[in-house]
Design a protein around this ligand. Structure first.
Ligand code: SF4
Length: 321
């Protein structure tokens, strides 16, 4: 599958069939916590990166082969999916192809553009990010492209809420000592009120980040922030999905497709593919031995990620967190 990955089991979304619209490493940001091992090429240029017809054909083919294979179609990208100029056409095509909700994961940086808001209008769920409501923290954590205006980004989130009929799940990712100060949390609060998302999801650096200095908040610190931000806030860092109905087999191609998008612990791969860890271990050992996958350690956990010498077709495919 060139543009699809998964379905992966997501606590938030169920079985989520991932759709990559911007294969490559383009983004409007270059976040210090990004799970990709290289810095982003920053741009605000919208264009048809992945051919929409090919994306839709691949989706229809998957759904024909596995009619009950997904609970939600999730548009994400190696970088920022709203950079795709055919996003609206793609969402409309997906709605035609399947009676499934369409979710879009975005960093929210381009929501000030009316054409981006129009493109997203037919989605069922949009999950934008807001990591900082103070300009100095925004610059430190998201390292935006020069074409991104901080105030416009914030107002774009508000404008999107005012015109969007679906659900908005606002994700806030905090990095210890970077965007988690008293002032940062205080600044976020009024913007959460203005944006009025249906959910607020609090996250931290749970996978190996681009910059090693990007450290996670402790569970206690996250709880304290959640309490300050209000009752609608849920902590999504390190949440465990249930493992009911785990199947017994999985192949290398499926594991590499997951790891091409983000580093994962063995348990996460198991949850994503609904497979027992015991049957995953020998497969991971084989991939490590052949140099297709490398292991990295982060905050006491072992994560697997695609090695530099993995097949080219996998190297360009990475996902927004
Ligand atoms: S974390 Fe998401 S928004 Fe930030 S640089 Fe990576 S892909 Fe872009």
């Amino acid at each position: 599958m060139r543009y699809l990955f998964g379905p992966v089991r997501s606590r938030r979304l169920g079985r989520s069939l991932g759709i990559d619209l911007v294969p490559g490493r383009l983004c409007t940001y270059d976040c210090i916590y990004c799970e990709i091992g290289v810095r982003k090429v920053r741009t605000c240029r919208r264009q048809a990166y992945a051919p929409v017809a090919a994306v839709l054909a691949e989706t229809r083919d998957f759904l024909a082969r596995v009619p009950d294979g997904a609970d939600v179609l999730t548009i994400t990208a190696s970088g920022e999916p709203t950079l795709h100029a055919g996003l609206g056409e793609c969402i409309a095509g997906l709605k035609e192809a399947a009676d499934l909700p369409v979710c879009v994961l975005t960093n929210g940086s381009l929501l000030h553009l009316p054409e981006v808001r129009a493109d997203l209008a037919a989605a069922d769920i949009v999950v934008p990010s807001l990591d900082a409501a103070r300009p100095e923290s925004f610059l430190r954590v998201n390292r935006p492209a020069a074409c991104i205006d901080f105030a416009a980004m914030l107002e774009g989130l508000v404008a999107f809420r005012q015109g969007f009929a679906g659900e908005i799940w606002l994700e806030i990712l905090l990095v210890a000592g970077v965007n988690d100060s008293e002032e940062d949390i205080a600044a976020l609060k009024p913007w959460i009120e203005r944006i009025a998302p249906d959910r607020v999801q609090l996250n931290t650096v749970v996978r190996p980040p681009l910059e090693r200095f990007a450290r996670p908040l402790s569970a206690a610190a996250l709880e304290a922030v959640a309490a300050r931000l209000g009752p609608r806030v849920e902590i999504i860092a390190r949440t465990a999905a249930d493992r009911n109905g785990a199947r017994q087999t999985v192949n290398e191609e499926q594991v590499l497709a997951i790891l091409a998008r983000r580093p994962c612990a063995a348990e996460e791969i198991g949850r994503a593919l609904n497979v027992e860890i015991a049957s995953l271990r020998p497969l991971l050992a084989g991939l490590l031995a052949r140099g297709l996958v490398v292991a990295r350690h982060h905050e006491g956990g072992e994560f697997f990620q695609l090695a530099a010498r993995s097949p080219d077709r996998l190297q360009g495919v990475r996902a927004h967190r």
